[in-house]
Ligand binder design. Structure first.
Ligand code: BT5
Length: 281
């Protein structure tokens, strides 16, 4: 592992490897904003979220970004694996220190989903939808996932590591069997390769904007945009969280970001976390 902010990023460069992201150019492009100062770049890492967490524990500033070309231990929620092949996609983590109550830390994921859906739509207009809480889909297939990991005490959030993985130039035939039927990439959808640096810059600016709105006006200001991307309004779904299951018709999210379901008795149920599975009607 080598970090370009220490000037050693190319020590392990092999002539037959594809060129990575141009860190200096990205830093220059991000210079006027809040994110990416510093920007830590790795050709290979365990998990960008784990590294960002170490930086956060050591006192790193809000807006610190960790980007890697590949991850050997890319993570999803509940210890699931995130496939992270080299030089194809984007894997990044942003350190945030939001002034949020611990109960509202999940709003960071929802805020990021809006920015991510906006960024995807710039390449595949009108195609991105959000699957609550943390997936971006095109059609029924998963294009991107968000993993927010918060450090909180009873009164406040110390920091949130906002991790994002997005499939850009990931060909379906290069995907492992386990995800091939359920995953997609912008290349698969548009048949055009994506310039990863441009996507990353647009995404970071978009997250910065949405985060600013969240800070200034609260999640209620972003909720209508989130709702407009929500994939399963009116659909009967099952939400699973560990050993708990809730079934109902998805209505949307409330102003705090909880998923609202109407159960079979007509009663509204609010769900704060879990996996949503559509049920055939
Ligand atoms: C997520 O979890 O969707 C969150 C993924 C976050 C990944 C980023 S990459 C940068 C940062 N550093 C990390 O270590 N992680 C974050 P979840 O909802 O639990 O979904 C995980 C499931 O998605 C897996 O069990 C697979 O079924 C599927 N999956 C794995 N890799 C995929 C990929 N590249 N594309 C689409 N689906 C994938």
């Amino acid at each position: 592992m080598s970090d370009s902010t220490t000037g050693s990023s190319l020590q392990d460069f092999k002539a037959d490897e594809p060129a990575g992201l141009d860190v200096a150019r990205m830093q220059h492009a991000l210079a006027g904003g809040r994110f990416g100062k510093p920007l830590h770049y790795f050709r290979e890492i365990g998990s960008t979220n784990s590294h960002a967490r170490e930086l956060a524990e050591a006192g790193a500033a809000e807006g610190t970004v960790v980007v890697a070309e590949s991850q050997s231990q890319g993570r999803g929620r509940l210890g699931r694996r995130w496939e992270s092949p080299a030089f194809k996609n984007l894997y990044l983590s942003i350190l945030l220190r939001p002034k949020l109550l611990p109960a509202h830390a999940a709003q960071i994921t929802l805020m990021a989903a809006v920015a991510l859906a906006d960024a995807v739509n710039a390449y595949a207009p009108g195609q991105a939808t959000i699957k609550w809480p943390n997936d971006i889909l095109i059609g029924k297939k998963k294009l991107a996932g968000i993993l927010s990991e918060a450090s909180c005490d009873a009164e406040r959030v110390h920091y949130v590591i906002l991790g994002v993985g997005i499939n850009l130039n990931y060909a379906a035939d290069a995907m492992p069997e386990e995800i091939r039927r359920r995953a997609t990439s912008l290349l698969e959808v548009t048949s055009k390769p994506v310039h990863r640096e441009s996507f990353l810059q647009g995404l970071l600016r978009g997250i910065e904007r949405c985060y600013g709105e969240l800070e200034q006006a609260g999640f209620a200001a972003l909720a209508p945009r989130w709702q407009s991307y929500f994939a399963w309004r009116g659909q009967r779904v099952r939400v699973e969280l560990l050993d708990q299951t809730t079934i109902g018709t998805a209505k949307g999210i409330d102003r705090d970001g909880a998923l609202v379901l109407v159960d079979d008795h007509g009663i509204e149920q609010r769900v704060l976390a879990g996996d949503v599975i559509p049920l055939e009607s």
